[in-house]
Design a protein around this ligand. Structure first.
Ligand SMILES: *[C@@H]1O[C@H](CO)[C@@H](O)[C@H](O)[C@H]1NC(C)=O
Length: 152
């Protein structure tokens, strides 16, 4: 049993795919930089295909140029210039997914396990991921990515 778990977690780590990300226009580079984002499993990093009903591990590395005792985080579906909050991670406690506090220039990793509901629509979705200082929302880290959601 233990061996199986070790092997499975090794396979999971090995199949993490670096995904293509873009900057959010509203966040100046000197406020925060996001260096890399990874999804497991993910076949195509340009537009990861996520499966409904399956669990996906998402992680990203960010370096804030600010200090914060508490962070908030949220994922949005970007539609026609509007950010529609994703119900499962909306105004959430960011410190549950990364270690707090954060300090200027110190790289952090945020890890989140996403299970997509079976009722979500299928298709291609541009998303926005934000992490911000609870005490000062202008101090934020943000990236854009494209996901494809399918049934199988
Ligand atoms: C951090 O922010 C300060 C201004 O608040 C700026 O002068 C500095 O260049 C920034 N550092 C980085 C690494 O972006």
């Amino acid at each position: 049993m233990f061996k199986t778990i070790v092997i499975l977690s090794f396979l999971a780590a090995a199949s993490a795919t670096v995904i293509k990300i873009d900057k959010c226009e509203n966040v100046p580079e000197d406020v925060c930089t996001i260096t890399e984002s990874r999804i497991t499993p993910c076949v195509n990093g340009d537009e990861c295909r996520l499966k409904k009903g399956k669990e996906h591990a998402i992680s990203f590395d960010f370096t804030p140029n600010f200090s914060a005792d508490k962070l908030k985080t949220a994922v949005y579906y970007v539609n026609a210039g509007q950010d529609i909050p994703f119900a499962e991670l909306r105004d959430a406690d960011g410190c549950l997914y990364t270690s707090c506090p954060v300090s200027p220039g110190v790289s952090k990793q945020l890890n989140y396990k996403l299970r997509l509901g079976k009722k979500l629509p299928s298709g291609n979705f541009p998303i926005k991921w934000r992490v911000w200082n609870e005490a000062n929302p202008a101090q934020e880290c943000c990236f854009l990515a494209k996901l494809s959601i399918s049934r199988r």
